[in-house]
Design a protein around this ligand. Structure first.
Ligand SMILES: *[C@@H]1O[C@H](CO)[C@@H](O)[C@H](O)[C@H]1NC(C)=O
Ligand SMILES: *[C@@H]1O[C@H](CO)[C@@H](O)[C@H](O)[C@H]1NC(C)=O
Ligand SMILES: *[C@@H]1O[C@H](CO)[C@@H](O)[C@H](O)[C@H]1NC(C)=O
Length: 455
């Protein structure tokens, strides 16, 4: 009989150091780099005896600069840099020397002020990479007439340039000559919420969203984060909630542009604090783009109608080889709602963080997040008569989804799930619209999400 001796090694750190932490926190809500959460479309086999014949994609734009008001808040807190360094010199800071060195070396990036919300080089690379991987996986699709290809961005620099990057990656080294559609002023399929009164009034400026955000910022846990940051940096300047949020923006934006995905500003937060800050955005997105309101799932249905019609057109002899649509996280999340994905019975609540929640913006709304639908044509080799059938594969961020098995949905399954979207409309956007129990546009979405959950 042998005795089992457990030797427990305690490693004692004098102080937390961010710069050399063996694995620093990676998940930053909608500002998470795509590479942190993506799979790889090349790693998934095409179903047996099948060949891809048509691809439909929906893409969030890539890494971008922050918007105007975020930049303003960020610039304000960079004024704390000198105080952060001085606090360390007088011994009130808890940061380690190398993290302070990081602050000393830090320089404000002027580009982000002159090009607010513009796609960055990092963002271009993300979309280029997606196009490139699709080209490697499906090279046979990249030939033919220009009208077999369709690329449509919303009317913003960041989506138009994302579309350019995607096409660049997709067509590089081929003889393909494709163009993208001129961005339209108003896009009621891939950005329908912009002109939807009910969304603008009831959701974006509605009570539930503000209530949840206020609740989060007043929560004891957030107060504790604020106090911990204050103490860690050893500041005499009193931080408030918006300054803590701006410090978080400094951390997540600057790290997203750094080759090592680090920024000294992240040293202001301990890992569990970053974990809690991530939850803030989940709450925001849940009540603005997600299941916090019935409006969003209805806004997501039009894009799924487009997917359905795209593949049906192909079956009827027309259709395209590749169609790509370039949009925003708001749209991506509304589509997930239309599909009934990432939903739990209990609504997400600011006061009640579930560490295992299904609605996790980092995974579903990261930069460049996407849905790729692949229509495969297959040969029935077992039967004597040469017959063909189809299989639809669906990927999110180049990973498998619960929507269709890896070997693909049958056409019957695909139609069963997607045909209901074909009656999608925006009638409910009018404030004078009265939801009718009999009206498909108000009841269908619920029926569909029930279908997904139980099928
Ligand atoms: C400045 O920000 C841009 C993103 O807007 C980034 O691509 C660039 O690398 C940054 N420059 C420096 C010196 O960090
Ligand atoms: C590609 O197509 C556009 C528009 O049809 C045309 O103007 C351009 O000359 C073409 N380029 C090449 C390299 O064929
Ligand atoms: C936090 O403090 C800054 C700087 O003093 C101020 O501009 C901002 O309005 C304050 N925010 C809140 C929510 O009190």
């Amino acid at each position: 009989m042998s005795k089992l001796i457990l030797v427990v090694l305690f490693v004692v750190y004098t102080d937390a150091c961010y710069w050399n932490a063996p694995c620093s926190y990676q998940l930053f809500g909608s500002k998470t780099p795509y590479d942190t959460v993506r799979g790889d479309i090349r790693d998934y086999p095409t179903p047996k005896n099948c060949e891809a014949v048509s691809i439909w994609t929906l893409n969030r734009h890539g890494n971008r600069n922050p918007g105007k008001s975020v930049v303003r808040g960020m610039k304000d807190v960079t004024l704390l840099k000198d105080e952060i360094i001085r606090s360390w010199e007088v011994g009130t800071s808890k940061l380690c020397a190398q993290d302070i060195q990081g602050f000393r070396n830090f320089k404000w990036n002027d580009t982000i002020e002159v090009a607010t919300t513009y796609l960055t080089g990092t963002g271009y690379d993300e979309l280029f990479g997606i196009g490139q991987r699709l080209r490697e996986k499906y090279p046979h699709l990249l030939e033919g007439q220009p009208e077999k290809f369709y690329f449509r961005p919303t009317n913003e620099q960041r989506t138009i340039t994302s579309c350019v990057a995607f096409i660049h990656g997709l067509t590089e080294g081929t003889n393909l000559n494709v163009t993208m559609e001129q961005a339209r002023q108003r896009d009621d399929v891939f950005r329908p919420y912009e002109n939807c009164d009910r969304y603008q009034i009831e959701v974006k400026n509605g009570y539930a969203l503000n209530y949840q955000l206020d609740t989060f910022l007043a929560s004891p846990k957030f107060m504790a984060v604020q106090e911990a940051v204050q103490n860690r940096l050893g500041l005499t300047t009193q931080l408030n909630a918006s300054m803590v949020l701006s410090l978080y923006e400094m951390c997540r934006f600057y790290r997203s542009w750094a080759p090592d995905h680090k920024s000294p500003w992240c040293a202001a937060f301990a890992e569990e604090e970053l974990f809690y800050m991530e939850f803030y955005e989940d709450v925001l997105h849940y009540y603005r783009n997600g299941y916090g309101t019935w409006v969003t799932e209805n806004l997501g249905r039009l894009a799924m109608k487009d997917l359905y019609e795209s593949f049906m057109a192909f079956l009827e002899g027309g259709g395209r080889k590749i169609s790509g649509h370039f949009t925003h996280d708001t749209m991506m999340e509304m589509v997930y709602c239309a599909l009934g994905l990432y939903k739990e019975d209990a609504p997400l609540q600011a006061m009640n963080m579930d560490p295992h929640r299904a609605w996790r913006t980092s995974y579903i709304g990261a930069f460049s997040s996407n849905i790729i639908a692949v229509l495969n044509r297959c040969d029935e080799i077992a039967s004597r008569t040469a017959s063909q059938y189809y299989r639809v594969q669906l990927f999110i961020n180049e990973k498998e989804t619960p929507l269709c098995p890896l070997e693909g949905c049958t056409m019957q399954e695909f139609q069963g799930k997607f045909k209901p979207y074909s009656n999608a409309n925006l009638d409910f956007c009018s404030m004078s619209y009265v939801p009718d129990e009999q009206d498909p546009s108000s009841s269908n979405a619920r029926a569909i999400s029930a279908f997904w959950r139980f099928s």
